[in-house]
Write a protein that binds this ligand. Structure first.
Ligand code: HPA
Length: 264
């Protein structure tokens, strides 16, 4: 059951949903002409974000004439939420009329060509969460077996790639593999994921993307490669490194995301 839709958001009538990943929440403050903020804990029945670096609020406002509803902080499976809880914001966005969802995350680079600070347009994903957000009783009016052959909108990907080429933004495109976390992967796991064809690894995005597609939304995904994945990097992985890299490429990330949203 969805919580009652907050009147601030129904009045706002968002067009685009934006989920800001670890260390990327600054985008809402840096680039959106903010109309309002709504902390998750002000919404009855809404989960509360617990991870460091996640503010846990909706920020909504205008970006180049488009009404954007941002999640500054998302929910992760490793925080102990059920899949239906952590995808509830996507269902809510859909109910509010959002047709296009842009999902961002911090990820570890598996592809040897990737360096920390790169951005990756998500071409497709692999769900290694061991579960699926659509598990549960079937809901009237919702597809039981939704197609996932094009989760990340192909035409938008083409436009984004073409646009990035005209800018001074280097944009990789690849496969995102989701693990539950919260431990980082072992080098053996990363070698296995590389063999399977994954280019980047992270702990989010896939549940939201699956639900959004089930609801018929267009999805765009962008990873900020914050570190080389385990075994590719020389030292141990830390959350601090993830946050530091995200902060270092803050300006470029904001330019990229603003450009992506303008193409939606
Ligand atoms: N692994 C999983 N999730 C991540 C990583 C990583 O290396 N970096 C940022 N999020």
């Amino acid at each position: 059951m969805l919580p009652e839709l907050p009147v601030e958001l129904t009045d706002f009538k968002p067009e685009i949903g934006l989920i800001l990943g670890s260390g990327l929440g600054f985008f809402a403050d840096d680039r959106i002409d903010v109309i309002g903020r709504l902390p998750y804990d002000a919404i009855e029945g809404f989960p509360i974000s617990t991870v460091e670096g996640h503010a846990g609020q909706f920020v909504y406002g205008d970006l180049n004439g488009q009404r954007v509803l941002c999640m500054q902080g998302r929910f992760h499976f490793y925080e102990g939420y059920r899949m239906d809880q952590l995808t509830l914001p996507v269902r809510m966005m859909h109910q509010l009329g959002v047709q296009d969802l842009c999902v961002t995350n911090a990820a570890g680079g598996i592809n040897p060509c990737y360096v920390p600070g790169d951005f990756m347009l998500i071409h497709d994903h692999m769900n290694f969460l061991g579960t699926n957000p659509l598990i549960g009783p079937s809901v009237d009016g919702e597809l039981r077996f939704p197609d996932m052959s094009e989760v990340y909108d192909k035409s938008l990907r083409h436009q984004i790639r073409d646009w990035a080429r005209t800018q001074d933004i280097s944009l990789q495109e690849g496969i995102y593999l989701a693990t539950t976390g919260p431990s980082f992967e072992t080098p053996a796991e990363i070698r296995a994921f590389a063999t399977l064809g994954a280019d980047a690894v992270g702990m989010s995005t896939v549940p939201e993307a699956i639900v959004a597609r089930q609801l018929g939304m267009r999805v765009v995904g962008i990873s900020c490669i914050t570190n080389a994945a385990a075994g590719i990097s020389s030292g141990p992985l830390t959350h601090a490194e993830v946050a530091q890299t995200a902060d270092r490429v803050r300006l470029q990330f904001a330019d990229l995301l603003a450009g992506v949203i303008a193409l939606i």
